[in-house]
Design a protein around this ligand. Structure first.
Ligand code: ACO
Length: 374
């Protein structure tokens, strides 16, 4: 412990006051993949830790999954949809290039008084959106912001490419960001509560390592781009691996230092669920013990912008995320981008909310800390 007070990063203290999660019911196991790809359960398990993933039923898009998670998060926060000021959707698999997926989510959830926009920051999108939401609430610009990480990545995968098809899964998670209840009494608290700080970064020189080459204004969709399968995700796995293990450590240390904390102060580390080897290598370098790392990629694969809120939702349902816990969220992905968020978890509905907090965890099963926490 450093013993020093966390710096005041924002105007007023803010927190995550509601969570939601949704996973499609259709399960695709490694064995299923091996029936049509030159791969095996052994290879995928050893290289990634993934055993199975979910795939959205035909006809469903990212917003369809996100709407369910978003409604849960609102109920969990005890908010009515009319109270929401802004809906931010983080996604790499938007319903369409235009308009934003968030507009449909806001509409379908009944957020009739809210603005809406999408954040595109690869798999770091949820942490970026959380930073935008936290800043807006802390400044007083907004009272309640709904952040939705929603992905139907299965639609953007080349199912003939074993290097990418085995890694990803569909799903959605959501969080309500609001002023911290009782903030005035807590504002002078020694350790700080709620969302404490962020470290965001990007390096566009790594653009080609993880991308969908065609379909935008740089390379518009054409019969040629489709024939060349350039409308699907491409990845240089080695480069992404090296990048991820490097930035996780750097960004985590930066946000901890900025907030006057150390790795020893952490109760829970919730990294983006890309690959177990990346997570374990970074955690080892950081010195985070295994029993403080939360993972569920074994069952869902890489759900991109949905992975962190899905983990938070499950961890709380399992009693592994408790009020007062110091939690480090860590995202990384296409761009290349990365983002860390440090927060002290608070329990309870949003300040000024009208409804009832239900604390539902969504349609999710249990996740893993590598060993059970005491
Ligand atoms: N099944 C069987 N064999 C495979 C598969 C597969 N699914 N994929 C690749 N191989 C083969 C390769 O062809 C290669 O064969 P060769 O030796 O005959 O050439 C061999 O396995 C080894 O391939 P590598 O690419 O060296 O395997 P590596 O150990 O690097 O693991 C992996 C690949 C898992 C992709 C790893 O590089 C990785 O995790 N990278 C990071 C990926 C990631 O996290 N991406 C998401 C980032 S978040 C976002 O924004 C989307």
């Amino acid at each position: 412990m450093t013993g020093s007070a966390a710096p005041s990063l924002f105007g007023r203290p803010v927190t995550i006051s509601g969570l939601g999660a949704h996973l499609p019911g259709k399960v695709l196991t490694n064995h299923d993949l091996a029936t049509f790809l030159d791969t095996s359960d052994e290879w995928i398990t050893q290289r990634t830790g993934i055993k199975e993933r979910r795939v959205a039923e035909e006809g469903l898009s990212a917003s369809d999954l996100g709407i369910i998670a978003a409604r849960q998060a609102l109920a969990d926060a005890g908010l009515s949809p009319e109270q929401v000021d802004l809906v931010i959707t983080a996604t790499i698999s938007p319903d369409r290039l235009m308009p934003a997926t968030a507009a449909r989510i806001a509409y379908q959830c009944g957020c009739v008084n809210a603005g809406s926009l999408d954040v595109s920051a690869g798999c770091t999108g949820f942490v970026y959106a959380l930073a935008m939401a936290a800043g807006a609430v802390a400044s007083g610009l907004h009272q309640y912001v709904l952040v939705v990480g929603a992905e139907a990545i299965s639609r953007l995968l080349d199912w003939q490419d074993r290097a990418t098809a085995v890694l990803f899964g569909d799903g959605a998670g959501a969080a309500v960001i609001s002023p911290l209840e009782g903030a005035s009494e807590r504002a002078g608290a020694k350790t700080g509560v709620g969302i404490l700080g962020f470290d965001l970064g990007s390096d566009g020189s790594g653009e080609e390592f993880l991308l969908i080459p065609a379909g935008g204004s740089r390379l518009p969709a054409s019969a040629e781009t489709v024939a060349a399968r350039q409308h699907y995700m491409k990845m240089n796995g080695h480069e992404v691996y090296k990048f991820a293990t490097r930035v996780i450590v750097q960004s985590a240390l930066r946000v901890l230092e900025h907030c006057g904390k150390t790795v020893d102060d952490l109760d829970l580390f919730v990294p983006h669920q890309a690959n177990l080897r990346i997570i374990e290598a970074a955690a080892k370098k950081l010195g985070v013990p295994e029993n403080k790392i939360y993972t569920n990629l074994q069952r869902y694969g890489n759900t991109s912008c949905a992975s962190i809120p899905l983990c938070l939702s499950e961890a709380r349902a399992e009693g592994k995320l408790r009020a007062g816990d110091l939690v480090l969220l860590m995202g990384f992905g296409a761009g290349l981008t990365w983002g860390a968020c440090l927060l002290e978890w608070t329990d309870g509905k949003a300040a000024g909310a009208g409804g009832t907090s239900t604390h539902t965890a969504g349609s999710t099963a249990g996740g893993n800390t590598h060993e059970e926490r005491n």
